[in-house]
Design a protein around this ligand. Structure first.
Ligand code: SF4
Ligand code: SF4
Length: 352
């Protein structure tokens, strides 16, 4: 499950063949935390504002969806939410997917990973967890997720996961609230000998609200990070001739908690619902998915002629959420990918 050349080859082959090798499935919208940046919906509200999104798949339906995506070729299943650890059926779902031959990982805030729960999940066949962390200091993390004691519970959960031999990755999402913490967060990951990923972008929410973007890093903050702890990432992210389109709708697919199939879980473009159509029908016949598969570089008008494109971490899902355009550039918010790509390109050329 680690990202190595073998995994990349597999994904590239699936991309060519439009095989949904990697599927992300939302188990529900419920969560025990109220992160200020949550992309699901504004967690100031107690539940999702859209009644349709509150009509969530039952456990029985989730099992059926797992069977359907497996038959279509899915090998990597990521369970997300909300907080998937709060779903009562999680051990049964993990076991079902693992028995059918899928490698299962869970995206979690880690606070509910008690030793009993993690032991049960490991026995069920869970392979990996991605754990979100927003600071190396408890008070900053707790303020961000609006739950006192969350930092300690998350780190306890991480230790429990390690005890059970699960693969762990820490996910750092950077904002104006924790920019100064990144060096200590990286030190913490190194001290625990756990790999980490860093995301510098806060997107709009899937409920259409945009207040989360107020936390986004501005240009000067991004530049400080790329001159400092993110200096190792000052390099091209793609070759000029590479496809601009991401693996959305080709090797990657997302399924929302109420059954909508998306090109990817970050691209909330409904392409059909597994309650009314089989996954196979949606994957092979949805006009939206077919349109995405047919996109060529020149269809991404601004990006195909952009000087910074080799340094850009653009994702079409983020573009769609932030600007409403799947093929457009990233010009939303101060920390949009366009600003980031310009900074990384400039620093790379100056050898800084
Ligand atoms: S833990 Fe995840 S799902 Fe829960 S509020 Fe935070 S970002 Fe949203
Ligand atoms: S920097 Fe902006 S315009 Fe250029 S490739 Fe990235 S998203 Fe497109």
């Amino acid at each position: 499950m680690k990202v190595g050349p073998g995994y990349r080859r597999l994904m590239a082959d699936a991309d060519d063949r439009c095989l949904p090798l990697s599927v992300t499935l939302e188990l529900g919208q419920a969560c025990n935390l109220r992160c200020v940046h949550c992309y699901n919906f504004d967690r100031e509200l107690s539940r999702h504002p859209d009644p349709a999104r509150r009509d969530e798949l039952s456990e029985e339906e989730l099992h059926r969806v797992i069977d359907e995506v497996r038959v279509e070729g899915a090998l990597f299943l990521t369970l997300t939410g909300g907080e998937p650890m709060s779903h009562r059926g999680l051990p049964r779902l993990v076991e079902h997917a693992a028995r059918s031959g899928m490698l299962v990982r869970v995206k979690t805030n880690g606070t509910l990973m008690t030793s009993d729960r993690v032991e049960r999940l490991a026995r069920a066949g869970l392979r990996a967890v991605d754990v979100s962390l927003y600071a190396a200091t408890a008070s900053i993390h707790d303020a961000f997720v609006r739950s006192e004691g969350a930092f300690d519970r998350t780190l306890t959960g991480v230790r429990n996961a390690r005890q059970e031999g699960l693969e762990i990755r820490l996910s750092f999402v950077m904002s104006s609230a924790n920019e100064h913490q990144l060096p200590s967060m990286i030190d913490l990951a190194h001290a625990m000998e756990i790999p980490f990923s860093v995301d510098t972008l806060i997107t709009a929410r899937h409920d259409g609200t945009t207040s989360s973007s107020l936390l986004a890093l501005d240009g000067p903050a991004l530049e400080r990070l790329y001159r400092g702890p993110l200096a190792p990432f000052v390099k091209p992210t793609r070759r000029g001739e590479d496809r601009i389109a991401c693996p959305c709708a080709r090797s990657v697919c997302g399924i929302g908690s109420s059954g909508d199939v998306y090109p990817c879980i970050a691209a909330p473009l409904p392409c059909g619902n597994v309650r009314t159509l089989s996954f196979r029908e949606i994957w092979s016949e949805s006009p939206q998915l077919r349109w995405i598969r047919g996109l060529r570089n020149e269809d991404f008008e601004a990006c195909s002629s952009c000087d910074h494109s080799r340094f850009c971490r653009r994702s079409s899902g983020t573009m769609l959420t932030d600007t409403g355009s799947f093929t457009g550039p990233s010009r939303f918010g101060a920390s949009a990918r366009c600003a980031e790509a310009e900074i990384v390109h400039r620093l790379s050329e100056s050898g800084t």
